[in-house]
Design a protein around this ligand. Sequence first.
Ligand code: GYE
Length: 326
Amino acid sequence: MKNKLVSLLFLLWLLITLVACKPKEPTVQNNIVIGFSQSGTESSWRKAHTTSILDGLKKNKYQVIYRNGLMDQERQIQDIRSFIAYRVDMIVFTPLTKDGWEPVLKEAEQAGIDVILVDRDINSASSDLYLSHIGPSFKAEGNRAGIYVNNYFKEQPERKINVLELSGLTSASPTTLRSDGFREAIGREQNITVIQTVYGDYTRNKGKEVIRNLIKHNQLKEIDVLFSHNDEMTLGALDALKETAIQPGKDLIIVTIDGQENIIEELRAGRVNCVVECNPQAGYYVARAIERRLDGDNKQIPHEIYMPETVFSDQGDLDSIPTRNY
Ligand code: GYE
């Protein structure tokens, strides 16, 4: 009898221990609706960013209402308003530009809907209007681009190096921060300066048009380096250069940001010298932040979540570059 009681107690203890040690199942969050407003479709990078977020949300079994603003801020604001009217559980959006979002963010706040910014950022005065910003460190990207240029010309400290900056959309956060980061890095060398900035709005066509215009006015002659804020504009620039005797990658050093598969081919072909990666795979981070917030774990969601990134260049091993998914 005593033995039976001991074994029974032992079994009970075992059961309790097993239940207590069982890994915590993620909370099943049923019928959660997320409104996702993307800013455009201007690049392969952007398309990969959209896919990554949609996949991340679907993996967590959230219902997603997806809208694309097609590079029109007013349209994006209307999309976000429709999410609020629908009473979604959370809003995820890429702000096309830095300013002008406060009224709609306040409407979301009043409706009790949390907002996560992805990729681009808004002006920091309104940083309490969103839960978290998940994206690349654009300033660090600009820095990396500048460091490549400094290293490339380090043996020629006396030579004056002229940089042409092919910028993205004027009012977007990566444009300002990439510029700042680049200037900060090249500012350490006396002989390297940005002598001209033109705007290609992050699109291939505009990139080609502005470079073609400079070629027409013979303004590329003095340029040693082209620093382009994204791969699509670089591809446009390369197209425009085909009509000249300038050899990209040799007569003109080309540094670009994003890391699309088609630009890695240009790097391997020697027509581009340095590719600073911009990581579009935000889906996991976004889904994780939402999951934590819905679990009531909001203290652990940082206000800024930076994604890891690297650099590929003709100074490195081009065969070991992993296949890009964009
Ligand atoms: O570099 C570019 C896209 O906002 C970081 O936008 C993003 C930029 C990216 O069009 O390709």
